[in-house]
Design a protein around this ligand. Structure first.
Ligand code: PSV
Ligand code: MN
Length: 387
């Protein structure tokens, strides 16, 4: 790939921001509130637009319903457009209502299942109003004790609910099914892994695709292998990027293991699926509990960009040659050469060429936005994920 092609791909890449990253969040021990936190989805869009303003590659914000419930979603979409943003993925939330203690769409009680499916269908209505393409489904559903419920029956209930939702989608819309190894259910999750997600997506049809949340695997899992398989099957729909040290830590992407992020993006670069035409949504799914939220999102976007730039710099010709020559060390060296490249000057040049400042974090700090929202956003209820 020539330098011009590398820059063009980096320019075209889009990284979607999660609305919930801008609200207050924490652990089950404590939420430490921050000054200037948005009170509603409109203010979350405002904050997200600051990330876009200094990076130029983050033009979409994902919503979580009902955390981001508003009376008029069309108005929210216009508000976003006025700020150079669009509404991206709609994330359904069927894990915070007391009725869902034993599951939502897999609950043994048909009335609870019906309520959960109704919410998912409401989310498709939201997509119609915002122009969103993707409905992202993550289910906390599962069991805590062996024998608690019938594993196969739960899969049947899940399949039935997914079918109802899939059939409601418009022809341009997609169902994106996320998996998670454990938590909050500890014995079985109903969608614990990529295989389960893929089985359901394959049964549903072409517009059902898998979401890989990087924090949702056992330690040591080779995530890039999963990514390669899903790309090969045409079933990788989205990433939820974040970092984990221990469980689903939701820390900034690239903070815990930048080399893993590079290896994942290397699979995407080698398959040439880094840009929006690929149908893969590159999204962050993070919470900033102790760090300032807007700079943390900027840092995360930069981390994805840096790993992407390194992946694009892999000399594919030299790699193929080394692989064909059975040159184990040579092939590995080609990859490591790219990873060891300092791409920060290249990205600074890219920004300059786009009319942006070379240093996004500095640009944000100098904008005075943080001080302004801290002074202006007084009163109201700061947004948080504990809706
Ligand atoms: C669940 O852990 C998850 O990764 C899902 O994507 C949720 O929608 C998101 O976190 C936000 O809590
Ligand atoms: Mn996620």
């Amino acid at each position: 790939m020539t330098q011009a092609e590398v820059l063009a791909t980096l320019r075209a890449q889009e990284i979607e921001l999660p609305s919930w990253a801008f609200g207050n969040s924490g652990t089950r021990f404590k939420v430490f509130p921050q000054a200037g936190v948005p009170r509603d989805a409109f203010e979350k869009v405002d904050d997200a637009s600051q990330v876009q303003a200094v990076t130029g590659v983050a033009p979409a914000i994902a919503l979580h319903i009902p955390w981001d419930r508003v009376d008029d979603y069309g108005k929210l979409a216009s508000h976003a457009a006025e700020r150079g943003m669009r509404i991206g993925t709609i994330n359904a939330n069927v894990f915070q209502d007391p009725d869902y203690m034993l599951g939502s769409v897999t609950n043994p009680d048909a009335a609870v299942r019906k309520k959960a499916v109704a919410h998912l269908l409401d989310c498709v209505d939201v997509m119609d109003a915002t122009g969103s393409r993707d409905l992202k489904l993550w289910f906390a559903d599962g069991t805590n004790y062996p024998g608690q419920d019938d594993i196969r029956a739960r899969q049947d209930r899940l399949a039935e609910a997914l079918r109802t939702v899939y059939d409601r989608l418009g022809t341009h819309q997609r169902l994106v099914l996320e998996y998670k190894l454990f938590e909050p259910s500890f014995y079985t999750m109903d969608v614990p892994d990529w295989g389960t997600s893929l089985l359901h997506c394959n049964a549903l049809g072409e517009r059902a695709v898998v979401c890989v949340d990087t924090g949702h695997h056992a330690p040591g899992t080779n995530i890039e292998f999963i990514v390669a398989l899903l790309i090969r099957a045409g079933k990788l729909g989205a990433f939820d990027f974040n970092s984990r040290f221990y469980a689903d830590d939701d820390l900034m992407v690239g903070a815990a293991d930048p080399f893993q992020l590079f290896r994942i993006l290397n699979e995407c670069a080698s398959a040439e699926v880094l840009t929006p035409g690929s149908g893969i949504t590159y999204m962050l799914d993070q919470c900033h509990n102790i760090e300032p939220k807007i700079p943390a999102q900027i840092r995360s976007v930069m981390n994805v960009q840096e790993a992407t730039a390194k992946a694009l710099l892999v000399d594919r010709g030299a790699l193929r040659e080394a692989q064909d020559a059975r040159d184990v060390l040579g092939a590995n060296a080609v990859l490591m050469d790219a990873y060891d490249t300092d791409v920060r000057p290249l990205l600074a040049e890219l920004r300059e060429a786009q009319g942006l400042e070379r240093d996004p974090l500095g640009a944000y700090a100098r904008s005075g936005y943080a001080e302004r929202i801290a002074a202006e956003r007084i009163g109201g209820t700061p947004a948080g994920w504990g809706a």
